[in-house]
Design a binder for this molecule. Structure first.
Ligand SMILES: O=C(CO)[C@@H](O)[C@H](O)COP(=O)(O)O
Ligand SMILES: [Fe+2]
Length: 219
């Protein structure tokens, strides 16, 4: 599939969400961060708002669920029409069953790992998932600094995916910008979430194009 850019709408202007989504129409996905103030210390939006976003988004929606009990809640996001639904390994009781349920709903199933969660115990799940999300900040807020220490984890994940022969995408999320995207791509990431880098730019389309170009040159 190659390089994909998934701007996070977390720091967009929610009072003009349709307009904010139009700004990223050249992206591959719209990344929507769902937070419940239990799994992470922040509260953002839930299913009704995602349903509204789905009605107007010019690009497919990539839901990142930072919530407790994803086993109960995640399938509804897929059923609503999100084409990619990512839940956290630390929160899921039955990740394989949940991933199968998401795929059955025609969504891509993503498994996310906090910075302190090792990837190795989850590699056996590769045949069950479509994407591994390596968090490059502590989940909860946009605008944080990229954790350089995650680069070896991205590299090990890429090697494992390569060895598996499977087409599992590797997404990075947190502090991804023109300053950090090349290192992520060189380490093996192929799906890049960028929140403040895109929405903080005057010209979001130009920012998406620049990120895409830098990543493509680095991998
Ligand atoms: O999931 C999260 C934060 O928990 C992210 O999706 C952020 O919203 C990305 O924002 P930037 O770090 O790119 O500003
Ligand atoms: Fe996210």
């Amino acid at each position: 599939m190659g390089i994909q850019i998934s701007p996070s709408i977390l720091n967009s202007d929610f009072s003009r969400i349709g307009h904010e989504l139009e700004r990223i129409s050249s992206a591959d996905w719209a990344h929507v961060d769902v937070m419940d103030n239990h799994f992470v210390p922040n509260l953002t939006l839930g299913l009704p708002v995602v349903e509204s976003i789905l009605k107007v988004s010019p690009v497919p929606v990539d839901c990142h669920l930072m919530i407790e009990d994803p086993d109960r809640w995640a399938p509804a996001f897929a059923e609503a029409g999100a084409k990619s639904v990512t839940f956290h390994a630390e929160a899921a009781a039955a990740p394989i069953r949940l991933a199968r349920e998401l795929r059955k709903q025609d969504a891509r199933a993503g498994l996310a790992l906090k910075p302190t969660t090792a990837v190795e115990p989850y590699l056996e799940l590769l045949p069950e998932i479509d994407m591994l999300l390596i968090m490059t900040v502590e989940p909860g807020f946009g605008g944080q600094s990229f954790l350089e220490s995650m680069l070896p984890k991205i590299r090990r994940t890429r090697q494992a995916v390569k060895d598996s022969g499977l087409d599992v995408w590797i997404q990075v999320d947190g502090g991804v910008s023109v300053k950090t995207i090349e290192r992520c791509a060189e380490a093996g990431a192929d799906v890049f979430v960028a929140g403040s880098a895109v929405y903080g730019a005057q010209d979001a389309a130009a920012s998406i194009a620049e990120l895409r170009e830098l990543a493509a040159q680095a991998c």
